[in-house]
Design a protein around this ligand. Structure first.
Ligand code: T4K
Length: 366
């Protein structure tokens, strides 16, 4: 049985059938239905945020946030993420400007942001990579100083809190992904988190073609509404997500215990004051010290049926669309390049057994 990097959190099938029956009875299957409304309310409560708008995936909220805030020109971002982050900037006709990451967190280095600001800069799009919170206070101070908007790609940061406060409250807006591979999933799905009712209303228009009523269109909207079936699935999954996160936490404890003294392997520890979600467990291989390259270890694990993933390799800045940008040069991004070259995300999910963890560790530790 292969051990994959993740396994989706699936709702109880009987419970899901009950919800499907309700949808069949109501014959209301999409367009802000009852389960959609219930899930928005339940997520606001669970995530401790005032307003949320559901989407069909985690990419469309990024595109929509940039539209809603009328972002133009240049957007400062990180190359160490999933391609969707930078693609959303490109699809809005803006130019991504990459800044390097802090190797201590994998997140955009606030010390490098100011040097990347030009008269064309209008926004910053950082990512809480692996669910590790960015330095939101410093990013806010820079954004306020230069009059920039901040949109957080919080695709990995479901439920993450800093000092008891949701990380999703930072910035002008934050986006979430509820893809199958995430801590919390609605099969495909996502959300945009905002701070006020007016913005929520505008986002709801934009995700429904811009319709503000039966005949009024107030902007160039798109169609990215979550349907009733996924919302129902999401309501059920919300009930079991805490247990899933705790199970992931136990896997992280086991990995850290076994890997702490392995020469040439490093990983992140929990950050003080942070409620983590254990969405990924990246390890970083120093081949000189470990005696094997990252790719050799990756292949060795695969040969034993352990399918980790090299998130986030290759760096976004190396893809054909972006590599010609001046900010994409490897000299500008030494930390991001080093991290991308050394990372393997180990299997991390709620049904990873002790035996599975042992098998993964045996291959790495010996
Ligand atoms: N921003 C960031 C920072 C993101 O990481 C992402 C997505 C986004 C934005 C965009 O959000 P979405 O539009 O996707 O909602 C995955 C996901 O497709 C993607 O959502 C995710 N980030 C990215 C980091 O990873 P793949 O291509 O690596 O997934 P895949 O299909 O190879 O699956 C990995 C493993 O998961 C499989 O080996 C087995 C397991 N799996 C997967 C699926 C889909 C299952 O067991 N069942 C399944 O149904 O991209």
């Amino acid at each position: 049985m292969p051990i994959t990097v993740t396994s989706p959190l699936l709702p109880d099938l009987e419970g899901f059938h009950y919800m499907l029956q309700k949808i069949w009875d109501s014959k209301w299957i999409t367009n802000n239905g009852s389960f959609h409304k219930q899930l928005e309310a339940a997520l606001c409560e669970y995530l401790k945020v005032p307003y949320i708008s559901l989407f069909t995936n985690g990419t469309l909220p990024l595109l929509t946030a940039l539209q809603a805030l009328r972002i133009t020109g240049e957007v400062i971002t990180t190359p160490y993420s999933f391609v969707a982050t930078t693609h959303s900037i490109w699809w809005n006709g803006c130019r991504p400007v990459f800044v390097d990451i802090d190797p201590a967190t994998g997140n955009m280095d606030p010390d490098k942001i100011e040097a990347a600001i030009t008269p064309k800069t209008t926004a910053i799009m950082p990512v809480h990579v692996y669910g590790k919170p960015c330095d939101t206070k410093r990013i806010k101070a820079i954004a306020d100083k230069y009059g920039l908007k901040v949109i957080y790609d919080a695709a990995h940061a479901f439920g993450v809190e800093v000092d008891g406060e949701s990380i999703l409250k930072a910035g002008d807006m934050s986006t979430l992904s509820f893809h199958a591979t995430k801590v919390y999933n609605t099969v495909e799905g996502g959300a945009l988190v905002m701070h006020d009712a007016e913005t929520k209303k505008r986002i709801d228009y934009l995700k429904n073609f811009g319709f503000a009523g039966e005949t009024e269109v107030v902007g160039p909207g798109i169609n990215s509404k979550m349907d009733e079936i996924r919302a129902a699935y999401g309501l059920l999954n919300l009930k079991q997500v805490d247990a899933a996160i705790e199970a992931r936490h136990q896997v992280a404890i086991a990995y850290r215990k076994a890997l702490r003294n392995v020469e040439g392997i490093t990983f992140f520890d929990d950050m003080p004051g942070v409620k983590h979600n254990y969405s990924y467990f990246p390890i970083f291989i120093d081949s000189d010290k470990y005696g094997m390259t990252r790719d050799e270890l990756y292949e060795k694990l695969k040969a034993k049926g352990v399918f980790g993933r090299r998130y986030f390799y290759p760096l976004i800045s190396t893809f054909s669309t972006y590599r010609g940008l001046p900010s994409a040069s490897p000299e500008n991004l030494p930390n991001a390049n080093r991290m991308a070259e050394s990372v393997i995300c180990l299997p991390m999910h709620h049904i990873l057994s002790n035996d599975g963890v042992e098998l993964v560790l045996n291959e790495i530790v010996k």
